[in-house]
Design a protein around this ligand. Sequence first.
Ligand SMILES: [Zn+2]
Length: 209
Amino acid sequence: MNAGIVIDGRRVKVAHARVVTWLDDARVPELRENRSRRRERVRAIVLHTTWGRLGALHAGSGTPAGRGYVAANARATDKSWDFTVDRDATVFQQSDPARWFTWHAGAANPFSVGIEMVQALTGELYEVQVRAAVELIEVLARELGIAQVVPWRNGRPELRVLASVRAGRLSGLRGLFAHANFTDDRGPGDPGPVVAEVMVRAKGWVGIE
Ligand SMILES: [Zn+2]
């Protein structure tokens, strides 16, 4: 275990997070019917939280709950995503984003990768979970050539639907996005500001107003 994530069939190490893919554990099955063949280049990462709630950021790690989402992802027929980041910093992967796209953000699916961060109803995230998501995003951006930019507004991550999305102009979108940038159905808690703030304040990514 911990050979890293799978990109175009290769294993790529993630710094600290424990990675579990279908190659490592039969209980993390690769998606089958609920994904589509990738035809466009990947130019976006869309970050989600499972409940879409804004909550506290807790120190340390939380009780893992990701395997339930992994099982649901494999069973679903109407939605799917690539990576699940658990509250103990385990990263589960169920699809190779270079070869397939999953169904997590509507019109953005063909050019994006979907990451779900596990939450309880109360919406809290954990420091180790945020760190694992940050590491995963850095590796995906490097390996897939995704621009290191984030939608930004008034000095903070933009967590509303983007004007370009409302206008149907998706072709210029690149970088790290919130699910809330693409839909009114989820709100600012999907995924909240924390990860995008770390990318810009600590990792040198650029907030684009
Ligand atoms: Zn979402």
